[in-house]
Design a protein around this ligand. Structure first.
Ligand code: UDP
Length: 501
């Protein structure tokens, strides 16, 4: 493997801890964990991110940022996919899966990284202080155990969701809720500090689909043997869920978010976040267009990095935005835009909405968009990163969850935080190319009107979003809850791997 970047900074006197971070190779997982690496490096720790070559290229923006700031952040490349895999040669991230049939082979191929990962860690002298690996990377657990290295797992969703999942597991709710009976029967999630009702269609955990059974077992086992967990949230947003999660898990929970604020002082890093080449191309055009729009007038529409809509669903979104009468900035993925007939259709839409609508093809510089004063609302799939980024920038949301944690993240945004209005999606769709048209143009029109219009409820959402934004920024400043939790976390590994708060 090839190492890039920086020399080790450890000296015998200072003994800064060395964190080895192993993100899941999906943008919604790698982006926050690389942000965490940047924060750790900013506190004087050495941070090594282990990933695959294509992801190193995508994350170049953060590497450049670290280099500009002189921070000890390095990327370590492990070749992928392994020889003999059925995956296409460049399939190195969940968003690159050609279809759902490749989902399990992708995770099987990831398991094979355990050998090269162990070889990399064994070669390090001294051994790292701590491995931080994604909940979805259970193959790292045995390596840490064999080498006697403390391990934290990073769990990407809201603590609200993670707590629901954990409680559902502990109280046998996953079993009770499984089965084919009445889809609308309601179940209360036990052990929650607030009442949470779910139905059989509400996804309650990661990897709960029947085909993922082994993966879930491995991930749950790795969670149990870990020494603690790092979560991307902050106390003023989720204090009651963080406290409860820590109590139920019986391990330290380090709440160090919002991680997207890690590069808030570096405009170049923000513009290239997640996919340097693609984002930087779009950043200039997007900013120029937003500069022409009135404050808080634009609705931003994006569904994260993975979910892929078929043309018939895509067209409903486009028609809805057109009919809403509001300025909009809509992100359409390359894989969606290149489906038959879509290019022409988008061009025609752009002509009809010229000046009022902008369609970004591919990857948008989301932080640049959300932090722009012209943006007044966000139609989101409720991926936790997107939702938290909206919170950070004080932007209220219209919620359209698709799968996994997104339904419970929606619940948190709408019912608990009061920053969201639902579009009305109630059942999950497949990651890619779902045949169902879940949302029609009228739903989009209604939700955009509620989100962007006047009235008491809309004003309350705006006010709350701005309040949380202030609190989010305070959390990461010196003395703030996340800043101090990160200090304690680094400190605990500085003292030769002692764990606990
Ligand atoms: N993102 C981006 N540009 C895009 C799409 C996504 O910068 O065009 C970023 C977004 O800011 C977030 C991440 O990718 O940090 C997506 O994570 P999220 O949890 O929202 O959704 P997922 O992709 O995991 O479904």
């Amino acid at each position: 493997q090839q190492q890039q970047g920086f020399p080790a900074v450890a000296t015998a006197a200072a003994k800064p801890p060395h964190f080895v971070l192993v993100p899941l190779v999906a943008q919604g997982h790698i982006i926050p964990l690389v942000d965490l690496a940047l924060l750790l490096a900013g506190r004087g720790a050495r941070a090594s991110v282990v990933t695959t070559p294509l992801n190193v290229t995508r994350m170049r923006g953060v590497a450049d940022h670290a280099a500009r700031a002189g921070l000890p952040l390095e990327f370590v490349e492990l070749p992928f996919p392994p020889a003999g895999s059925v995956l296409p040669a460049d399939c190195q991230s969940v968003d690159m899966l050609p279809d759902l049939d490749h989902f399990m082979p992708f995770f099987a191929a990831l398991r094979e990284l355990a050998g090269p990962f162990e070889a990399y860690v064994r070669a390090l002298a001294p051994r790292p202080s701590c491995i931080i690996s994604d909940w979805c990377n259970p193959w790292t657990a045995d390596v840490a155990t064999r080498l006697g290295i403390p391990r934290l797992f990073f769990h990407g969703p809201s603590c609200f969701f993670s707590l629901c999942d954990l409680n559902a597991d502990l109280h046998g709710l996953h079993e009770r809720i499984g089965g084919e009976e009445d889809e609308q029967e309601r179940f209360v999630v036990p052990g929650m500090p607030v009442r949470v009702e779910v139905t059989r269609t509400t996804p309650l955990g990661f990897f709960t689909e029947p085909m993922c059974e082994r993966l879930r077992e491995e991930a749950v086992a790795a969670m149990r043997t870990a020494d603690g967990v790092v979560v991307n949230t902050f106390m003023d947003l989720e204090a009651q869920f963080v406290a409860c999660y820590e109590a139920v898990l019986g391990k330290p929970v380090w709440a160090v978010g919002p991680l997207s604020l890690a590069s808030r002082d570096d405009a170049e890093a923000a513009a290239s976040r997640g996919n340097k080449a693609a984002a930087a191309v779009n950043a200039k055009a997007v900013t120029a267009w937003l500069n022409e729009q009135a404050p808080e007038s634009v609705v931003y529409v994006s569904f994260g990095s993975i979910t892929r809509k078929l043309p018939k669903q895509l067209f409903e979104v486009g028609h809805g935005l057109e009919d809403s009468g509001r300025p909009f900035l809509w992100v359409v993925k390359h894989s969606e835009a290149t489906a038959p007939g879509v290019q022409e259709w988008l061009q025609a839409l752009e002509e009809r909405t010229a000046g009022r609508g902008l369609v970004v093809r591919g990857w948008a510089p989301q932080i640049v968009v959300l932090s722009h004063r012209a943006v007044g609302g966000f139609v989101t799939h409720c991926g936790w990163n997107s939702l938290l980024e909206a919170v950070v920038h004080g932007v209220p949301v219209a919620t359209w969850p698709h799968f996994a944690d997104q339904f419970l993240n929606e619940r948190l945004a709408v019912e608990i935080l009061g920053v969201g209005v639902p579009l009305g999606a109630t059942t999950p769709v497949y990651l890619l190319d779902d045949e169902a048209v879940q949302v029609v143009r009228g739903d989009v029109v209604r939700a955009v009107a509620a989100l962007m219009g006047g009235g008491e409820e809309a004003d309350a959402r705006r006010r709350k979003a701005k309040e949380y934004a202030e609190k989010a920024h305070r959390a990461v400043e010196k003395g703030g809850s996340s800043y101090e939790d990160l200090t304690r976390m680094v400190q605990s590994f500085r003292q030769s791997g002692v764990k606990g708060h």
